[in-house]
Design a protein around this ligand. Sequence first.
Ligand SMILES: *[C@@H]1O[C@H](CO)[C@@H](O)[C@H](O)[C@H]1NC(C)=O
Ligand SMILES: *[C@@H]1O[C@H](CO)[C@@H](O)[C@H](O)[C@H]1NC(C)=O
Ligand SMILES: *[C@@H]1O[C@H](CO)[C@@H](O)[C@H](O)[C@H]1NC(C)=O
Ligand SMILES: *[C@@H]1O[C@H](CO)[C@@H](O)[C@H](O)[C@H]1NC(C)=O
Ligand SMILES: *[C@@H]1O[C@H](CO)[C@@H](O)[C@H](O)[C@H]1NC(C)=O
Ligand SMILES: *[C@@H]1O[C@H](CO)[C@@H](O)[C@H](O)[C@H]1NC(C)=O
Ligand SMILES: *[C@@H]1O[C@H](CO)[C@@H](O)[C@H](O)[C@H]1NC(C)=O
Ligand SMILES: *[C@@H]1O[C@H](CO)[C@@H](O)[C@H](O)[C@H]1NC(C)=O
Ligand SMILES: *[C@@H]1O[C@H](CO)[C@@H](O)[C@H](O)[C@H]1NC(C)=O
Ligand SMILES: *[C@@H]1O[C@H](CO)[C@@H](O)[C@H](O)[C@H]1NC(C)=O
Ligand SMILES: *[C@@H]1O[C@H](CO)[C@@H](O)[C@H](O)[C@H]1NC(C)=O
Ligand SMILES: *[C@@H]1O[C@H](CO)[C@@H](O)[C@H](O)[C@H]1NC(C)=O
Length: 521
Amino acid sequence: MSASLCTPATFAPVLSGAAILNLSTNLVTGVNSTVSSTFNYNHPTIKVTNATYCNVTVTYTHSGANDTINVETWLPMNDTYNGRLQATGGGGWVAGRFFLSYQTMTAAIGQGYAAVTTDAGLGSATEPTSWGLESPGNPNLNLLQDLASVSLADEAVIAKSLIQSFYGTGPAHSYWSGCSQGGRQGLMLAQRYPDIYDGIVASSPAINWAQFIPALYYSQLMMNLMGQYPKGCELDAIGNAAIAACDGLDGVVDGLISDMDACSFDAFSTVGTVVQNCSQTGTDIPISATAATVANLTWTGARSANGSFLWYGKSFGADLSGSATGQGDAATVCSQNGTCVGNDADANPLLAIDWAKFFIQADANFNMDNITHEQFDSIFQSSVQRYNDIIGTADANLTAFKAAGGKMLTYHGLNDQVIAPKGTEDYYNAVTAAVPDVQSFYRFYQVPGLQHCSGGNGGQPTAIFDAMVAWVENGTVPETLPISFTGNNGTAVNRKLCSYPLKPKYDGMGDSNSADSFVCS
Ligand SMILES: *[C@@H]1O[C@H](CO)[C@@H](O)[C@H](O)[C@H]1NC(C)=O
Ligand SMILES: *[C@@H]1O[C@H](CO)[C@@H](O)[C@H](O)[C@H]1NC(C)=O
Ligand SMILES: *[C@@H]1O[C@H](CO)[C@@H](O)[C@H](O)[C@H]1NC(C)=O
Ligand SMILES: *[C@@H]1O[C@H](CO)[C@@H](O)[C@H](O)[C@H]1NC(C)=O
Ligand SMILES: *[C@@H]1O[C@H](CO)[C@@H](O)[C@H](O)[C@H]1NC(C)=O
Ligand SMILES: *[C@@H]1O[C@H](CO)[C@@H](O)[C@H](O)[C@H]1NC(C)=O
Ligand SMILES: *[C@@H]1O[C@H](CO)[C@@H](O)[C@H](O)[C@H]1NC(C)=O
Ligand SMILES: *[C@@H]1O[C@H](CO)[C@@H](O)[C@H](O)[C@H]1NC(C)=O
Ligand SMILES: *[C@@H]1O[C@H](CO)[C@@H](O)[C@H](O)[C@H]1NC(C)=O
Ligand SMILES: *[C@@H]1O[C@H](CO)[C@@H](O)[C@H](O)[C@H]1NC(C)=O
Ligand SMILES: *[C@@H]1O[C@H](CO)[C@@H](O)[C@H](O)[C@H]1NC(C)=O
Ligand SMILES: *[C@@H]1O[C@H](CO)[C@@H](O)[C@H](O)[C@H]1NC(C)=O
């Protein structure tokens, strides 16, 4: 029984430049769980029955860096082990070792993978208050670099060493699976550590961090400068009108915009249209010019005081108010009397505020409520100047990754309310320009209707990880990915995602609920 090997004496990981502080093990038995695809990005729902694994947690520090990092590796018993390593990424400010990584790891164990996650030295914090400043006035650059890149290489070295010790041989194949922060981590691995993983699934990636994070405050800035704040119901109604206007462009009316680039919609055309039973007031209200202005500028994206481009906006169909997701660039809170103010507590502006506080101003008490447009521009510029190389993760030169035989897949929801999908599209285009024959090792899929990683009306790419394994191990090229969802009328709808730059288009004849009726063109 490999269970008897689940003791600290079995393992002796060595990490260059680091000191191992502790290694603990415990045998976990009888794990039964149904891991829902909603919390298992890149994978379908997985039923785990009576799984047993050895939990090995390695604690280490980089000499002189004042960090303490925990890498947690789960090793299934050798009769269920499938010979593969699956590393799982984080989300938001979290590198791993949180609810979502444990969901994915549980599913991975159930399928026979060895699984690993790291906290990058950030402990269990979900935002940077506890670690963002090394001391007042000094951003914690060591921990930011641990999150951005350094912990990712360490994690893989440790996991591969533990696997070697436990099973007597290293993993036959190694994979990364992540979304959002986890998607960014995957891209960083391909960019800086091209030899580690055979396959990387890097979804809805938080790349272009130095730009997109401060840009999450742009709508709040503009509302503050105008001193006017729309009600969430108005923004929701404007978004729904945009979807209705562009829904049919792919040849089928299904509540989804599949061809975002073909969509143009004038928010100002909705002004005066009545929203019935507005959820903020409980009354019928006309859409205001303020709401149209805010929708328009949130779609347009961050611009400097002199009007120059800073970053992309959200697409038509994205949740701008945060009503549906709690992540809305233009989120407001309204009083009984119908007066609204900006909602700094919404997750999107909060990301930007925390970033500016700890990493730009280095002042835990910094308040953005009254900043000028010029101050916003300077925060944005400082972010790019100081942090693009650390955590921007947009290096398009994947030559070494390709040469190492690596494969990568990325999806991005077209209705992503947190990370503008145009940033990922830009990155893929840049890789296409930088490395010959991009499709031979890296593919990208835009997902109609999908919100950030999961959610929305158009389904989730649950087959992408298994498609990666088949590509790496069998050479099966994922020209398309299947996706399915329940239509508005309760019907099962099957569609396909196309490898960018192709887009799915209805053939005009077949059953619009069948993937066969769509072509990639
Ligand atoms: C999990 O299910 C198995 C039966 O398949 C059972 O023997 C085991 O006790 C269950 N584990 C727990 C923790 O309940
Ligand atoms: C569950 O796994 C344990 C080993 O951990 C084994 O002894 C037991 O027979 C299994 N139970 C079932 C129902 O398969
Ligand atoms: C694995 O070990 C670590 C360190 O002891 C512990 O914090 C964690 O809860 C353990 N996980 C499981 C599932 O046993
Ligand atoms: C190390 O970090 C801790 C916080 O994690 C801090 O309290 C301590 O002052 C730091 N030590 C040094 C030497 O910087
Ligand atoms: C599991 O490992 C043990 C040694 O620890 C070995 O005797 C056994 O054959 C292995 N089983 C499998 C299925 O590899
Ligand atoms: C149900 O909805 C789907 C997708 O929204 C559509 O393709 C189909 O035609 C609808 N079926 C009926 C019976 O309305
Ligand atoms: C208005 O919406 C609320 C829920 O937001 C609901 O409880 C109420 O019944 C609705 N009123 C009307 C007149 O539709
Ligand atoms: C915003 O409004 C301006 C002026 O009407 C228009 O030119 C622009 O296309 C709009 N932007 C979006 C994203 O709709
Ligand atoms: C509405 O209520 C808010 C909070 O109670 C208050 O600050 C504001 O002055 C009120 N506005 C009007 C127009 O009554
Ligand atoms: C922002 O300005 C308003 C109005 O001048 C003022 O009431 C508020 O205290 C200011 N907030 C901060 C954080 O400075
Ligand atoms: C791209 O990366 C390769 C391999 O790491 C390197 O040889 C090459 O110089 C890089 N190209 C550019 C334009 O930096
Ligand atoms: C590879 O192809 C074989 C034969 O078709 C199949 O049995 C196996 O499941 C495939 N493996 C993967 C990882 O897709």
